[in-house]
Design a protein around this ligand. Structure first.
Ligand code: UDP
Length: 351
């Protein structure tokens, strides 16, 4: 979808960085293969040239698989194939047809991290074939995400990410401000959060990559008087600085969000999350304890939940991020999954 660090990859960018750092701290050697221009600070990256894929979430279910003339995805997998024998396992985070199709042609086991729900029938089919032929190698973030696929029972629910609480500062004295974070793209339905801000009169800080400029321009035209402030696409340190003083964060996705990294980042700052009761956020937020799960697509319900934000004890939010959603807890889940994938593959080769 884009270079790591650009924001175009959405939550998967943070997922990759956090996981790589966690596994390195446990003594594993990691090499990241990513599109040219990628930058994850301290992490070394093999930079691969080529043209980007069309993002799956903008396509119809019946879409064909399309490759650009010089596809970066194919170039990345050529590199992975060339160096595969130096590694025990390959971890795929691309929601694309090619890595699934290529799986039987590799000697090394591949653990596939599927970070979206069903988008395109052709990709579903490619994933299902791998799920059948290589049991245990399809990882998904949440159960509700798995259920968007006809082969839900063949998926391993491994969670979507984990945060390092040391990077997010806890704030117990919020201002009368709300936050909305994410890619600015129609499936995220930012307009609902803007409508709720207009009705409550509470300022809404918006942070994230503008992936669809026409959509963003339309929201500004539709809500000219809403008390919103766009802060840009911020690096994690600045993001948590702007986020932590907010009274609540709104998550308004129209689609079945597979996970929702921004939810666990908000919790890490002690910020309660108000989310539609659908997809990943419904498995992250404890209703009434770390935020509110509300009727999907209802601005009325958003407004009511905003009015009740004082009922949430912000220390519950931070506690959830330090325990269930911490980087080290997630690292253990992923490490166990990788060991399982690698050993099943060895078993297969011996047979
Ligand atoms: N994000 C960021 N800077 C911003 C706003 C968002 O780095 O100003 C990141 C955020 O940390 C999160 C990602 O964007 O990791 C959004 O991921 P999420 O899982 O919420 O949604 P996705 O884009 O994957 O659908």
């Amino acid at each position: 979808m884009g270079a790591l660090g650009s924001g175009l990859g959405g939550g998967v960018e943070l997922t990759i960085a956090n996981l790589a750092r966690e596994l390195q701290s446990r003594g594993h050697e990691i090499e990241i293969i990513a599109p040219m221009g990628s930058d994850l600070g301290d992490l070394s990256i093999i930079q691969i040239p080529g043209e980007l894929q069309i993002t799956a979430q903008t396509q119809e279910q019946a879409a064909s698989i399309v490759m650009p003339g010089d596809p970066v995805l194919a170039n990345m997998w050529a590199k992975a194939r060339a160096i595969q024998h130096d590694y025990d396992i390959i971890f795929n985070t691309a929601f694309d047809w090619l890595p699934f199709y290529l799986t039987p042609f590799f000697d090394r086991p591949i653990a596939h991290f599927v970070s979206m729900g069903s988008q395109i029938a052709a990709i579903d089919l490619a994933i299902e074939r791998v799920a059948i032929d290589f049991p245990g190698t399809i990882g998904v973030c949440t159960r509700t995400q798995a259920e968007t696929f006809s082969f839900a029972d063949r998926c391993c629910v491994v969670g979507g990410s984990g945060v390092d609480p040391a990077i997010y500062e806890y704030c117990d004295t919020p201002e009368d401000t709300l936050a909305w974070l994410g890619r600015i793209s129609p499936e995220k339905a930012l307009e609902d959060a803007v409508a709720a801000a207009e009705r409550t009169g509470m300022k809404l800080k918006i942070m994230g990559k503008i992936q669809d400029p026409d959509y963003w321009a339309q929201i500004q035209r539709d809500y000219p008087h809403a008390p919103i402030e766009y802060l840009g696409f911020l690096p994690t340190h600045e993001l948590q600085q702007a986020l932590r003083s907010c009274k609540g964060m709104l998550m308004t996705p129209r689609w079945v969000e597979a996970f929702g990294n921004v939810a666990i980042e908000a919790l890490a700052c002690g910020v309660p999350v108000i989310a539609y009761r659908r997809g990943g956020p419904a498995e992250i937020i404890a209703d009434g304890k770390t935020g509110f799960l509300i009727e999907p697509d209802s601005v009325d319900a958003l407004v009511r939940a905003i009015e009740n934000l004082d009922e949430i004890d912000r220390s519950n939010c931070r506690h959830a991020a330090e325990t269930v959603f911490s980087q080290s807890a997630w690292g253990t889940v992923m490490e166990n999954w990788f060991v399982g994938v690698a050993s099943r593959q060895e078993h297969r080769l011996v047979k």
